[in-house]
Design a protein around this ligand. Sequence first.
Ligand code: FAD
Length: 405
Amino acid sequence: MTTPTPTPTSPERAPVVIVGAGPAGLTVGNILRAAAVDCVVLETESREFIERRPRAGFLEEWAVRALERRGLAGRIAEQAPTHTEFEFRFGGERQRFPYTEITGHHHFVYPQPLLVTDLVREYADVRGGDIRFGVRDVQLHDVDSERPSVSYTDPATGERRLIHCEFVAGCDGARGVTRSALPAEHATVARHDHGVGWLALLAEAPPSSDCVILGVHPRGFAGHMARSPEVTRYYLEVPAGDDPANWPDERVWSELHARLTVPGTRPLTEGPLVEKRVLDMHNYVVEPMTYGRLYLAGDAAHLVAPIAAKGMNLALHDSLLLADALIAYLGKGDDSGLRGYSEACLRRVWHYQEFSQWLAELLHGPSSGDAFRAGAATARLRRVLGSPAAASTFAELFIGKDTDH
Ligand SMILES: Cc1cc2nc3c(=O)[nH]c(=O)nc-3n(C[C@H](O)[C@H](O)[C@H](O)COP(=O)(O)OP(=O)(O)OC[C@H]3O[C@@H](n4cnc5c(N)ncnc54)[C@H](O)[C@@H]3O)c2cc1C
């Protein structure tokens, strides 16, 4: 909901207010700064917190190349390991899937906290951008007019502050406030619930394989993903809404061994589990992603369960389009990018959502308790591994399509 504009003491002005300093908001901010467009980024958490929050780790090659062209991929191109294949483990077998050999493209493994750290440093310390951490009670006002504004409570003084602007970029993720400024009669929210949870784990243990492992097992899916030479992300499919307290470390490791070990593989290397939380596997898409002068980007507009590692890549895609569109409008009065923004983002969003749903069924079907779903999921897996045409389509979707950015 957008609320009436308050009358605080000293209103400020900026062409663009960006709500949220995740990958989406920081990318928009950096590109605007490089084009000398002033903006203010508002973030509820502290800088230390966002630079440590563990989440994603896989960047698609087109996204890294796009960041590179904006001078935003320094450490990725230099330091990030690349992945070229992954392994399915199922029915006591292991099968490599060489997606780079098929598509010519690879993934970069770059943990999200490192990306956020790089983007904050570039925005605040190098490009001199205005970013305000720890803000409280962010509210949007008059976004359906030509003079929107954003207010918030200053954490140091407790005062309400008001920023008049021309545009608001809603980049505040799945739990933010900007999405609720789109009236129900203007936007639809399409939702899909996979009906399962994933126990997301971070282990202080070196990876146990040189690639991602997707374990398809009647006890439930299990995943292994390298994050660094010392840290590995694991996932275990669990009932939706399960409590991490039901998963003491011994139970976690025993279940990971049961679902991921097949003859001929080296045993998993165990280590302290420093993150353990249950993610309910659900997706949503807000359509259109805009209302008046408000433009949503990233998880604020669409959530894709981390089944196919697509969310951060989509957030980057939106933010590249949005930054370019804002610059074209504010610099040259060209509004074509803003008019086409939602549609251009949603094409890729739906493409990735559909793939994620397709892959989810392959991973969850065998443990669904439904013999029909289990049989169909196994047929799907065998087709990907047995048919060059199916493998080629799968590989293209898994690596993400190329883009002009
Ligand atoms: C366990 C896990 C693993 C994942 N793995 C992958 C992967 O491998 N690859 C991939 O592509 N994606 C992955 N994702 C998804 C990815 O992390 C998200 O899609 C990505 O963070 C979206 O970026 P964003 O900038 O839109 O939102 P966020 O990163 O959520 O950033 C939003 C920011 O807004 C701030 N904020 C919230 N509310 C407010 C407010 N009211 N006012 C101001 N600021 C606010 C938040 O503190 C946050 O800093 C994963 C997600 C999880 C949870």
